[in-house]
Design a protein around this ligand. Sequence first.
Ligand code: 8YV
Length: 315
Amino acid sequence: MSKPELLLIGPYPEWDMVELEAQFIVHKLYEAADKDEFVRQHADRIRAIATRGELGASAELIGQLPKLEIISIYGVGFDAVNLNAARARGIRVTNTPDVLTNDAADLGIAMMLVQSRGMIGAETWVRDGSWASKGLYPLKRRVWGRKAGILGLGRIGYEVAKRLKGFDMDIAYSDVSEKPYAEAMTYIADPVELARHADFLFVTLAASAATRHIVGKAVIDALGPEGMLINISRASNIDEEALLGALETGSLGSAALDVFEGEPRLNPRFLALDNVLVQPHHASGTIETRKAMGKLVRDNLSAHFAGATLPTPVL
Ligand code: 8YV
């Protein structure tokens, strides 16, 4: 039987490329100079899309592929895939939940510690000779025992909370409803009230049209000049203009961000700020997790083409 044809939206690690190319005829959209022309050339044979969380698949692209049966996402977030367009045509959509949860939580915790203790500046202090020439590094803020707020107590939020308990923190969370599994945490429904409670506010909710800019001026003001915002979800959950303004004036203390509007070309105003820790959308970026994600992408595709049950369907 001939291999099914697949459109790959962005590159995967080499180990995944080898496996994918063994199973599929892979058309690499990201290498095409003229993407529309490239899609047109292969449109009547492409039965699958493999994409990444942040790249997704637009309604326009889905509309150009009459034979499309499945979209497999390398990532847990499916906000960049137009689910309505997929649903309307009975196109299956899969993602890679669970396998990346712990790494995403680890990165959120690491960002809190690094930023609160000023470790990037401290590293420079040693390397540029300031330690020897200027003496002691400025004092920073404690993490343990302080107040954390978690906006979105899903899989990743829950793992963040578990880790925060190890720092003896007072933990509150906000979600659409109270969660029965939230032991020893306070439920605060209103994100503004949650931010008022918190020294560290973690944004861990799945992005959708409904959550767009859920962290707006009111939440940012409530977090305040001593507060830290940590985002390991999607940029769209935060009003970036409001965030930048608050960081520039100091009405928000600091931020640690793994995701940005228009990434990887983030707003250069972030780079002029020393109260922001920036990361290159790397919450799931470990070899172990990325290997598991790649395998799950392929397991979903293989199951589909074998007529078997999809391991992790979204649609
Ligand atoms: C990316 C993600 O998919 O899980 C998600 O939703 O955004 C990430 O895991 C990953 O960075 C690969 O591009």
